[in-house]
Design a binder for this molecule. Structure first.
Ligand SMILES: [Zn+2]
Ligand SMILES: [Zn+2]
Length: 357
């Protein structure tokens, strides 16, 4: 125990003992009844149970009391402890008891990589994935609780999936485990993608908890989508970048690997001829930010006064690609990396992600 913990007291029960108390249908149902009822009495709980005698039911309740349930000494009514609420949530969510699979369904959205309307969403063992059937890029693949899938159509599932993982990704990027609240750290790893076109490894941020088995792998871009520089770029151009779903940030985003060791990835976002470029390292930490105007190289001779309309998204992206290699090296110098990166490849936002938790 460190000095900062002197006012903390911790009580630990062996896991087998804690879980043994739950290994009975009558007890699990009692927890669910307490969760669904406002402070039930013993009689109310007994009547909702399948126990044959009050003595037998009282025995089961005693196994739960203090750890999962507590009885108010004055009113003699029952309520859940924090651990009891966690059990009730897992039971209701089907976390331990349900496996959901769902055939691929079309998503009403263009692929950010090949820009064809060919995205499909599927569910495989409680994991939601969005992939493009035209360019075969997997955009995102993350676990999702069965309760988020039950009775919902694909559109509603994806909307809930977006909201759920948006917060979890932000929490993990802040260094806090979204499952147990202990410290989480992220590092950039390079994922081999033998099944996908282009064989270069793709950078993803892998967050891991020091305490529990929380793991999350998401595209680097996703961890900086709410960076103030991106927020203000989006606001200045009314681009709505933050309204995009996490599985499709849009064609404005591009990732460039500057160095694999130490890992450094430049994430650039280009909107209407303006670009924000974030240099991201392990953490994930943004170590450098730059906002600049993208010169429309191919349109240098266009009539003055028509600059804005000459800068459509596609041209802006072409220009950005042309600039990437050169500037990647400049930024790399700024990063104090002694050796020139041997890999300087443009990556579209096609890093897949996966997690186990
Ligand atoms: Zn595609
Ligand atoms: Zn954790």
């Amino acid at each position: 125990m460190t000095a900062g913990d002197t006012s903390t007291s911790t009580e630990t029960t062996p896991p087998d003992e804690a879980f043994a108390a739950l290994s009975d249908e009558t007890r699990l149902r009692a927890i669910q009844t307490v969760a669904a009822t406002a402070q039930p009495t013993f009689t109310e709980l007994y009547e909702a149970s399948d126990a044959e005698t009050t003595a037998g039911f009282a025995y089961h309740l005693r196994q739960l009391t203090d750890r999962y349930l507590r009885k108010d000494p004055e009113t003699e009514r029952y309520e859940l402890t924090a651990a009891g609420r966690a059990v009730a949530r897992a039971l209701d969510a089907g976390t331990f008891t349900e496996r959901v699979d769902r055939e691929p369904t079309a998503v009403d959205s263009d692929c950010p990589v090949c820009e064809t309307p060919a995205l499909l969403a599927r569910v495989d063992d409680n994991t939601v994935s969005v992939a493009c059937r035209a360019c075969e890029t997997e955009l995102l693949s993350l676990p999702f609780p069965p309760s988020g899938l039950r009775g919902r159509d694909t559109e509603t599932v994806l909307s809930a999936f977006d909201s759920y993982h948006r917060r979890r990704t932000e929490t993990a990027a802040d260094g806090v485990c979204p499952d147990c609240a202990a410290e989480a750290t992220g590092r950039i790893v390079f994922e081999e993608t033998p099944d996908l076109p282009g064989s270069e490894p793709r950078p993803v941020v892998e967050s891991a908890c020091e305490r529990c088995d929380f793991r999350l792998r998401v595209p680097v871009s996703l961890t900086v989508r709410d960076h103030p520089a991106v927020v203000s770029l989006s606001a200045d151009h009314d681009a709505g970048l933050l309204d995009r779903p996490i599985w499709n940030l849009g064609p404005e985003w591009q990732e460039t690997v500057l160095s694999e060791d130490p890992p450094a990835v430049a994430v650039s976002v280009t909107v209407e001829g303006e670009r924000v470029r974030l240099l991201v390292g392990d953490g994930p930490a943004v170590v450098d930010v730059e906002r600049s105007t993208v010169e429309p190289a191919d349109d240098a001779n266009n009539a003055v006064g028509d600059v804005d309309s000459s800068l459509d998204t596609e041209e802006a992206l072409d220009t950005e690609e042309a600039l990437d290699t050169e500037e990647a090296l400049d930024t790399d110098d700024a990063l104090d990396t002694e050796e020139a990166p041997d890999v300087t490849e443009a990556h579209d936002l096609d890093a897949s992600a996966e997690a186990g938790s």
